[in-house]
Ligand binder design. Structure first.
Ligand code: FAD
Length: 535
């Protein structure tokens, strides 16, 4: 991934979008739309990406942040899916050092777990093999040893635990999506948030492709643009966008709601604890910045309700009860401990022309994605999938373009972030050039030149970090963490607002950083995080 180039202003992008002539118009700026735009732009296609809200503002900001091979799909014997997801995981870990962090998972087996220690151990070994053996080998623990490894799991009925490795997005799912949008922009794509596709017309001959009517949802202003091919990457709203493209109504997706709660940090170690809930479904306790995230759930959503999904009191009570029942916490968590919540809708692919699925079928629906290319109509549709599989989706989209008469190069290094040695160099420069100072609260701020802060800055910003460093140098106060434990400085927030198509405070706090999930609005306000940033 190329980083360091300046992002055009949104107004300039809107200008290029209006009356533009593109090879491909991608509708939807979640992970699938973002990787499509990034891969196509890297291959030389003229690409426009429109997102009706902020990038990653729907499903892609509500995930468990896991980049994983889907160990739970071993239960449904989907070995090919696990093989393919493990491959995708390995590629992301290699390509995004630091951002996609290999993480130790402790799978806890209590009285309610559907399998015992030996079956779980065999499953973990199979998972390791399907993952090409690139992670440390899994281990299996009896109850006593499991409780030593992670004292929180020492509860009555503990039968043991297995330890295995997967990975996670340390700066969160939405930031990861932004990185692909930034990559598309740096390769010449036009990408605009808060722009919705509202209508589309296919030219009579079809050779000229599509004329799309777009609306800037911030101003209500309408624009027109043309493209030879439209990629429908609208996630759970694929059917709605399909209808705008004149597609006959077909039931191609089932929708499932999943909820997470963010609570104060309950795990000391940098690991994920995986358990089975009361319904024998796996659920996770996951580090999120300096907090902990717990989830998820799986409940059917009716088409048409996508934008209305929210965490209910029942969801909250269910998740808190699962954790309280299975972890030896100092005191039980209550809803007063919830720092933030997330609710998202998984788009799950229905096979064939099936309309309705039974409740049981639905719970076992595959999480595999599908790319449908309709060459007659000039539409490519991305259905379902996992964030982990994003690189495969991007490459499939490039591959399918030749069927539309578009030659797009397949580029091997279309996704990557700068390597970790750059962080060491940045740290050296910060130490040498940014004077240490005490902040107004008397908190000794060694960290503005210190490891955590600089590592996080490099991870998120790549070469843009040097611009932040220049501000730190000129104004050492701008180098102080905005709130202790967040590893985000005022200077970095400024760069994000100016250079990352941030339109609202929520874009910045919820999607470009983790602050909106790890700190309350009141804390951010009190820290002066908001003041002055939005002119
Ligand atoms: C609770 C939960 C946990 C998950 N955890 C994981 C995990 O840990 N790891 C993993 O790999 N996967 C996970 N997933 C799956 C993953 O989130 C999805 O596969 C992925 O985010 C889907 O991305 P998408 O781009 O297809 O959809 P979305 O992110 O929903 O993007 C579609 C976009 O299209 C936009 N759009 C719709 N209509 C229009 C229009 N007319 N004009 C312009 N834009 C439009 C929407 O606003 C939206 O932003 C999880 C899913 C859920 C729900």
């Amino acid at each position: 991934m190329l980083m360091g180039d300046r992002t055009p202003m949104r107004s300039e992008l809107l200008e290029r979008l209006g009356n533009g002539r593109f090879d491909v118009l991608v509708v939807g700026g979640g992970i699938n739309g973002a990787v499509s735009a990034a891969a196509l732009a890297a291959g030389g296609a003229a690409v426009a990406l429109v997102e009706r809200g902020d990038f990653a503002g729907l499903t892609s900001q509500e995930t468990s942040n896991l980049v994983w091979g889907g160990v739970k799909y071993l239960q449904s014997r989907e070995l090919r899916l696990v093989w393919s997801l493990c491959g995708a995981r390995n590629r992301l870990v290699a390509a995004f050092p630091g951002r996609v962090r290999p993480t130790r998972f402790l799978g806890v087996l209590d009285g309610g777990a559907p399998v015992g220690r030996h079956v779980a151990g065999a499953g973990a070994a199979l998972y390791w093999a399907l993952g090409r053996g690139v992670t440390p080998r899994p281990r299996s623990y009896g109850p006593r040893r499991a409780a030593e490894v992670e004292p929180l799991v020492a509860v009555p009925g503990l039968r043991g635990a297995v330890e295995y490795w997967d990975a996670r997005l340390v700066d969160g799912d939405a930031r990861f999506v932004w990185d692909f949008v930034a990559s598309a922009l740096s390769n010449g794509a036009v990408a605009a948030n808060y722009v919705a596709l509202v209508a589309a017309e296919r030219s009579r001959t079809g050779s000229a492709g599509w004329r799309a009517r777009l609306r800037d949802v911030r101003t209500g202003e309408e624009l027109e643009t043309t493209a030879r091919v439209v990629v429908n990457a609208a996630g759970p709203l694929v059917p709605e966008v399909g209808a705008l493209l004149g597609e006959p109504a077909r039931h191609r997706l089932a929708l499932s709601k999943g909820v997470h709660l963010v609570v104060p940090r309950i795990l000391a170690a940098d690991r994920v604890v995986a358990m089975f809930d009361d319904d024998s479904r796996p659920f996770f306790v996951i580090p999120l910045g300096d907090r902990t995230m717990i989830g998820t759930t799986d409940a059917r959503v009716a088409p048409g309700d996508v934008d209305a999904v929210a965490v209910t009191a029942d969801d909250r009570a269910f998740l808190l009860a699962q954790v309280n029942r299975r972890l030896a916490l100092e005191r039980p968590l209550t809803s007063a401990d919830v720092v933030a919540e997330r609710a998202g809708v998984r788009p799950l692919v229905l096979t064939g022309e099936a309309g309705e699925t039974s409740e049981t079928d639905w719970l076992t629906l595959s999480r595999r994605h599908r790319v449908d290319a309709d060459t007659r109509r000039g539409v490519v549709t991305i259905l379902g999938g996992k964030l982990t599989d994003c690189v495969n989706v991007g490459e499939e989209i490039v591959g399918v373009m030749s069927a539309f008469g578009l030659e797009v190069r397949s580029v091997s290094l279309w996704y990557r972030s700068p390597g970790l040695p750059g962080a060491a160099e940045l740290r050296r420069l910060a130490r040498e050039s940014v004077p240490a100072r005490a902040d107004p609260d008397g908190r000794r701020d060694d960290d503005h030149g210190g490891a955590a802060m600089v590592e996080a800055l490099w991870r998120r910003q790549g070469r843009k970090a040097h611009r932040v460093l220049a501000t730190w140098r000129a104004d050492p106060a701008s180098a102080v963490e905005i709130l202790p434990g967040t590893a985000v400085s005022r200077a970095e927030l400024d760069v994000m607002v100016r250079e990352e198509l941030v339109v609202t405070p929520e874009d910045l706090f919820r999607r470009r950083t983790l602050l909106g999930q790890t700190r309350s609005a009141a804390e951010l306000e009190a820290a002066g995080a908001v003041a002055g940033l939005f002119g």
